[in-house]
Design a protein around this ligand. Sequence first.
Ligand code: FA5
Length: 338
Amino acid sequence: MPKDQGVQATHVGESVVDMKFAAIADLDSAESDDQLESWRVRFLGRKGRLTSLLRGLGSLDIDERKVIGAEANKLRGELESLYEERTSKLKSTRAPVGSIDITLPGRKPALGGLHPSTQMIREITQAFNEMGFQTIEGPEVELEKYNFDMLNIPANHPARDQWDTIWVDSDTHNDVLLRTHTSPMQARTMEQNDPPIRVIVPGKCYRYESTDATHEWHFNQVEGLAVDDGITFADLKGTLYEFARRIFGPQRKVRFRCDFFPFVEPGVDMSIDWNGSWIEILGAGMVHPKVLENAGYDSTKYTGFAFGMGPERISMLRNEITDIRHFFSNDLRFLTQF
Ligand code: FA5
């Protein structure tokens, strides 16, 4: 805009034209209610620049006062209507109430995490992987043959009572069940592979039993099997001691006691010292010669050890969880702590 000659107000500090340029530029850059209000106070307010200029007119001679006074009053009118215009323009570009406000910070989607059982299983399998065991998995819906027969637990043998079994109803088969332990994978692995074998098998198991703080009707197990020429009970103990050292730390005491499982001889269970008492975390033993022979191995040449542990029980010990049922209750207050 060209400067208007005759409206210079050198005596009153600032020219009407300079002020007009400054006011319009500032108004155009006002983007919020606060900035608009600050602009109004600075230019049109009682102590604003335009009011100060008008007050200063008294010091001018009469002719100058008339010209500059008229220009300043005209400018006031112009600035007031420009202010109204800018205010309604800003309002019209704003999102209507109830619509999305794109200026708000975004909401973070909730991130999932690994289930505490999965975390424990991964830690356990990693410990054994580092000792040379390979991780494999097997079917949860299993044949009676692998779950019992090949593990030296024939039909009607009292040892079957040790595992309360959930059988699968079927018109064509009466030998299908939900596996009661991960040990059937001992039989399946030996059936399909020649020694040497070193495998670790995590997976879900199911038992028809009532639940309490340390028993669930479905839970995970991690099975281990090593078969080779010349494996001894010392290898079993050494491997499980090393596992306990990795999971529970070097200070933790470990206890082996005799136990009976039809598929091992001798059989043991292993307990961990917990505040002065012992808590059983796994069953183990030397693979029974009959189990080796059932898989077609020469039991005079090959020996092996096997073990089966409960990762939920181990997590309970590690994390001071008092009830195993928390693992499968799907309560986020529990799950998000891991
Ligand atoms: C067995 O299931 C054997 N198959 C283990 C084994 C494998 C022995 C190889 C010898 C050689 P047991 O029923 O004790 O054994 O279960 C093994 C572990 O699974 C227990 O120490 C416990 O940690 C876990 N476990 C057993 N039953 C439950 C249950 N109802 N709820 C949660 N964890 C369980």
